[in-house]
Ligand binder design. Structure first.
Ligand SMILES: Cc1cc2nc3c(=O)[nH]c(=O)nc-3n(C[C@H](O)[C@H](O)[C@H](O)COP(=O)(O)OP(=O)(O)OC[C@H]3O[C@@H](n4cnc5c(N)ncnc54)[C@H](O)[C@@H]3O)c2cc1C
Length: 458
């Protein structure tokens, strides 16, 4: 049957990988549908700055429709993808914006880039006490908890309890954990120091807990050591070879290498450990019979297709490429997104694409003001130069001119004043607000003591 219909490409996930695939097809004679459950793309490398009041949410997220408004061959569908029917070539979606029930979105070529999520190592119950630092919701929740902890310390008269309010445990010594620990330490020692009257925010303990023998395991050992030193200079304490074995509302238990368990009284914990693939990897594996690795990532062929389904590509954090060991990083996802667009174009013109090849441009992690480490093609940098490169790279990849401008402005002001402009507690609306059990417990405790006649400082 001859049809005039254009080739339909459905892209699932508007993150680093999916968005590059959509943008890469902007001049091709195809109709692209981008499906995401969020109406924005999130610049995850700067999420920790939202969590510590350095940037506002809108500065690191950009609406997908705004990005694609001039790309006439692309449309955006806000929906949850819940499965695939690879034989009928349909994507199964739910939760459409009008409340519509389950629907099918047909495709000729499918690109799936659902990303990853944090794994609590089989202890999902820890999540309520140690929120993840990956989504915007998680970052705002953490910001509320961190800032509310300083508020609680200000009115807490019991020294032990005040110490617990001023103790922050970050789980996971990868780049995100290191960045988060550095930022909380800077917040406590610089930005907040003069804001409180009773609480000595400078005495805050920031513990960065890593199960492995060193921080930043993906970096050379010398840079791990420098990062640990920089953190200590900022006032954070790296605890390597410590495995978190329990997270409760007001304490974190960690096991040392000798088997002994230490309980740290801490009212605030942040989870930045253990990543597992999006559940879409398992959905695709179940449909196609493809394998998944230990991190739940779908094994894809060197041309990023799902084995047995040359019309289905999977990319980004949720996949591992056969014969390669690629890290879960934004450059990998972006290069794969661009590759997917090229591969689709090649196939449409009857050519077979070359296998995907990752061009490794290096690895960066920031620790704090003027402190970062960089491993660029064997060149190991630490300190101001690494930090300047980090700033440039992050600004370069941040989407949207306006966002870049706002972030430069914010960073300049923060650098000069050592302040943080976005220090808002948004979820604690009034006393007794039940939306954040952790805060509520603290507030109720304070209210109870006021009722009982205990004097609240100040
Ligand atoms: C806190 C943090 C800091 C990081 N810092 C760095 C860094 O400094 N440098 C670096 O290179 N990398 C960094 N990374 C890693 C980097 O962000 C990821 O490698 C990259 O985001 C992967 O891109 P992706 O497109 O695969 O997934 P994502 O960017 O996560 O995009 C996935 C998209 O899929 C959508 N989605 C998922 N499931 C569904 C569904 N069922 N239905 C509809 N939509 C769905 C999501 O809403 C999302 O928009 C960091 C990650 C985190 C969490």
């Amino acid at each position: 049957m001859i049809t005039n219909r254009r080739h339909r490409v459905v892209v699932v996930g508007g993150g680093f990988a999916g968005l590059q695939a959509v943008r890469g097809l902007r001049r091709d004679p195809v109709d692209v549908t981008l499906i995401d459950r969020q109406n924005y793309t999130l610049f995850q490398p700067l999420v920790y700055q939202v969590a510590t009041g350095g940037l506002s949410a809108a500065e690191i997220a950009m609406p997908l429709r705004a990005i694609l408004k001039r790309q006439d061959n692309a449309r955006v569908l806000l929906a949850d993808v819940v499965g695939f029917d690879l034989d009928r070539r349909d994507v199964l979606v739910e939760h459409l914006a009008n409340g519509g029930g389950p629907s099918r979105v047909p495709y000729d070529t499918l690109v799936v880039a659902g990303g990853s999520r944090y794994s609590y190592f089989g202890h999902d119950e820890w999540q309520q006490h140690a929120p993840e630092l990956k989504s915007l919701g998680g970052a705002l929740d953490i910001r509320d908890r961190v800032l509310a902890a300083f508020e609680a310390a200000e009115v807490e008269t019991d020294p032990a309890k005040r110490r617990a309010w001023l103790t922050f445990v970050i789980v996971g010594g990868g780049p995100t954990g290191v960045e988060m620990a550095g930022q909380i330490a800077e917040l406590a020692r610089n930005a907040l120091r003069r804001d409180f009257r009773s609480a000595d925010t400078g005495s805050a303990r920031v513990l960065l807990v890593e199960a492995g023998p060193r921080l930043l395991p993906a970096f050379p050992e010398s840079l791990s050591r420098k990062a640990a030193r920089s953190l200590e200079q900022l006032g954070a304490t790296p605890l390597v070879a410590h495995t978190v074995v329990d997270v409760a509302a007001d304490s974190v238990a960690m096991q040392r290498q000798d088997g002994s368990v230490e309980h740290v009284e801490a009212q605030t914990a942040v989870w930045a450990a253990g990543v597992t693939a999006s559940s879409l990897a398992a959905e695709l594996a179940a449909e196609s019979g493809a394998d998944v690795d230990r991190a739940g990532r779908l094994m894809v062929r060197p041309d990023l297709t799902v084995p047995g389904y040359p019309d289905v590509l999977a990319l980004g954090d949720m996949v591992q490429v056969e014969g390669a060991r690629l890290p879960g990083l934004a450059p990998v996802a972006m290069q794969q997104g661009r590759y997917a667009a090229r591969a689709i174009r090649a196939r449409l013109s009857g050519r077979e694409p070359e296998p995907f090849h990752y061009l490794d441009k290096g690895n960066l992690a920031t620790i704090g003001r003027s402190k970062a480490v960089a491993d660029i093609k064997g060149l190991h940098l630490a300190g101001f130069l690494a930090w300047a490169i980090w700033l440039f790279v992050h600004l370069f990849y941040l989407i949207g001119f306006q966002n870049r401008l706002l972030v430069v402005l914010r960073w300049t002001i923060s650098f000069v004043t050592r302040g943080r402009g976005a220090r808002l507690i948004v979820q604690r609306r009034s006393t007794g607000d039940t939306r954040v059990p952790w805060v509520t417990r603290g507030v109720r405790g304070i209210a109870q003591r006021v009722e009982n006649g205990t004097r609240v400082s100040p």
